[in-house]
Design a protein around this ligand. Structure first.
Ligand code: PLP
Length: 363
């Protein structure tokens, strides 16, 4: 991170920012609590009106029998895979080589639960039915991450999801959805959350990605599954005496933003189009299938950073505060569209991309 500091600083100073829902500051919580009666009772160790009402609301939205609120998706998903592994007495699960559990959780699944992952599919592609059918190992569960974040948020066809789901049901394999960004995929699939969730035995959703809350996750499934997940939540220390700041903010921003996913998706396609017109820039996917995509630059990070800082200073529009190296000659960053994008005057946006294109051609 340190080498990105000037870029991060310049980005923070801009009046308009293309990505996200705004700064992650304390105001997010203050806004969420503003309309809440101060006499509202706290939840207590996973019980009480505040937590139970939200769990019921999201269970209904996902079309599942029951749901449990967790402080993090990391905790919720390891628990889901543990339950399915115990049920079948097979400590093997399959997932994508770049899924969150494999690359961002310090091997929690292996170290805490002794579950062995089978990596499915080429890391640059989404999981297809043939990857599942050709798997030789006996497994208890397959985890699908929708969209597949580390490859720009790509999605399998809906028909592929249906065929993987049928195959799993016919072959005694549980199917779990990493739906950290499930809400964000619904406009592309043109399906309800309940329709997508119906293909899966268990579903995790997050309230701080597109929804933009503080933190927090819901794990949903049938009654027996969620009952067991509560035992594991306690074992993991996830039963905080009070989770209401996370629950109330999740609920508040869910209501504010879940219906805006269509708008974010349309805006992501528009923005990707602007990037793709620039010299040495491509987006992945070329046409976004949710509110997210990756922007790849055919120039080294060291050259791009000062160029972007200049553009931020000239236009007062920030593109990103952080860039990752791909190799010595190219770099990329992730875009997630939220409330910020619509605030940017269109003329200003046009200027940004004209300057970007011109400056990249000169490099
Ligand atoms: C695809 C995906 N799954 C799971 C998680 C884990 O969520 P949490 O940060 O709530 O543990 C993340 C977080 O970034 C994610 O992107």
């Amino acid at each position: 991170m340190p080498e990105n500091v000037p870029l991060a600083k310049a980005f923070k100073l801009t009046e308009y920012q293309i990505t996200g829902n705004g700064s992650r500051n304390v105001q997010i919580l203050k806004d969420a609590l503003d309309g809440v009666d101060g006499q509202t009772d706290s939840d207590m160790y996973g019980k009480g009106e505040v937590i139970e009402a939200f769990q019921e609301k999201i269970a209904e939205y996902l079309g599942k029998e029951s749901a449990v609120f967790f402080p993090s998706g990391t905790m919720a998903q390891q628990i889901a895979l543990r339950i399915w592994s115990d049920e079948k007495k097979v400590n093997k699960v399959a997932y994508h080589p770049l899924c969150h559990l494999e690359i961002h959780e310090e091997d929690g699944l292996k170290e805490l639960h002794h579950i062995q992952p089978i990596l499915l599919a080429d890391e640059n592609k989404v999981i297809e039915l043939e990857d599942v059918v050709n798997m030789e190992e006996e497994i208890s569960c397959i985890l699908l991450e929708l969209p597949q974040r580390e490859i720009g948020g790509q999605l399998p066809d809906y028909e592929t999801l249906e065929s993987i789901s049928s195959y799993c049901r016919e072959n005694g394999i549980r199917l779990h959805l990493d739906g950290a960004r499930l809400f964000e995929t619904l406009p592309y699939y043109q399906k309800s959350a309940a329709e997508v969730s119906d293909l899966f035995d268990s579903v995790y959703v997050s309230f701080y990605k597109g929804i933009g809350g503080l933190a927090g996750a819901i794990l949903a499934g049938d009654e027996a599954f969620t009952k067991e997940s509560k035992v594991w939540k306690r074992r993991h220390g996830g039963d905080l005496i009070s989770l209401y700041p996370y629950i109330l903010s999740s609920d508040y921003y869910f209501d504010q933003r879940v219906e805006k996913m269509e708008q974010y998706y349309v805006e992501a396609k528009e923005l990707a189009g602007l990037f793709n017109q620039c010299h040495a820039v491509t987006t992945r996917p070329a046409k976004p299938v949710s509110n997210m995509f990756h922007v790849h630059f055919g120039v080294p990070k060291e050259k791009l950073e000062p160029l972007l800082v200049d553009i931020y200073e000239m236009t007062n529009v920030g593109l990103t505060g952080y860039i990752s190296d791909t190799d010595d000659t190219s770099c990329y960053y992730e875009v997630s569209i939220g409330d910020q994008y619509e605030k940017i005057p269109k003329g200003r946006l046009k200027d940004v991309f004209q300057i970007l294109d011109k400056r990249l051609k000169k490099l």
